[in-house]
Unconditional design. Structure first.
Length: 269
């Protein structure tokens, strides 16, 4: 008996695969959207004539470890680690950086102990410091402490200083640190065109006044930053998606896009 269209095993397999793909796209809508090209706006062209902080950064690999904020995670870092990110708050009274992400859950772990636990093992990695509370009140003292840490742990050309307070990154640039402007949180796929134009003009205006080495932002901001600010490397972060076709395509794009300098991933064994 001749099999019908819907009972043909190949047709059923295709239907199942399409259903799985549709579910994958639905579950990863943000990544799916980023994978596809987007013009955002034609009212502004890519801005290529912007000053930059030209300090060097040793980058031996694009995939770095995200949120190394405790000694347990630090103990797992070995010589295969190319770089890692840690979240820090500077305490002027104690003249040190404390390591934690959320200001509602304060930690007593200072950066000296974290660095000792990592670098005493001979790990030759670079460091991305997400400076959570950089301010006019602590910037000078924090810079002096960071210079001391750089000398103590032989981290010359191995430290990124990231902050949304771009004007305060100038002092770090002047002291030969690689700096990254943490761009304001917004989703360029969900904003009106006029608002996007305002975003472009605002970021460009800041970059003209306060040169930095790189720009950092959420994965859905990456295409926007790459298009309108092509002169700057982009730093970003992603999840460890293992079984998603969409997620794997997205990760492939991140890791093979020339102007994306670093991608943070949560630690996985």
């Amino acid at each position: 008996m001749k099999k019908g269209f819907l009972t043909n095993k190949y047709t059923i397999s295709v239907i199942i695969l399409l259903a799985v793909l549709a579910t994958d796209v639905l579950l990863h809508q943000g990544m799916s959207r980023v994978i596809l090209p987007e013009s955002f706006t034609d009212k502004r062209s890519p801005i290529t004539q912007l000053p930059a902080c030209k300090n060097q950064l040793i980058v031996k690999g694009k995939k770095w470890i995200k949120a190394v904020n405790n000694l347990q995670l630090a103990a797992n870092i070995d010589s295969s680690c190319k770089g890692f990110e840690t979240d820090v708050y500077f305490d002027t009274a104690k003249n040190t950086f404390f390591v934690y992400h959320d200001s509602s859950v304060i930690s007593s772990l200072d950066i000296d102990r974290l660095f000792e636990s990592i670098f005493k093992k001979g790990v030759n990695a670079s460091v991305w410091l997400d400076f959570k509370n950089l301010s006019t009140q602590n910037s000078k003292q924090a810079l002096e402490k960071l210079i001391s840490l750089r000398d103590t742990f032989a981290l010359h050309n191995k430290i990124i200083v990231e902050s949304p307070n771009i004007q305060l990154l100038t002092g770090f640039c002047d002291s030969n640190f690689y700096t990254s402007y943490y761009t304001p949180f917004f989703n360029p796929y969900r904003e009106a065109e006029d608002r996007l134009v305002e975003r472009i003009d605002s970021i460009a205006g800041l970059l003209k006044r306060y040169p930095v080495s790189a720009l950092s932002g959420y994965y859905f901001q990456v295409p926007f930053l790459l298009k309108f600010f092509p002169g700057f490397p982009v730093l970003t972060w992603s999840d460890n998606t293992q079984i998603s076709l969409v997620g794997n395509i997205y990760k492939y794009q991140l890791e093979n896009q020339k102007n994306i300098a670093i991608v943070l991933y949560p630690y996985s064994q």
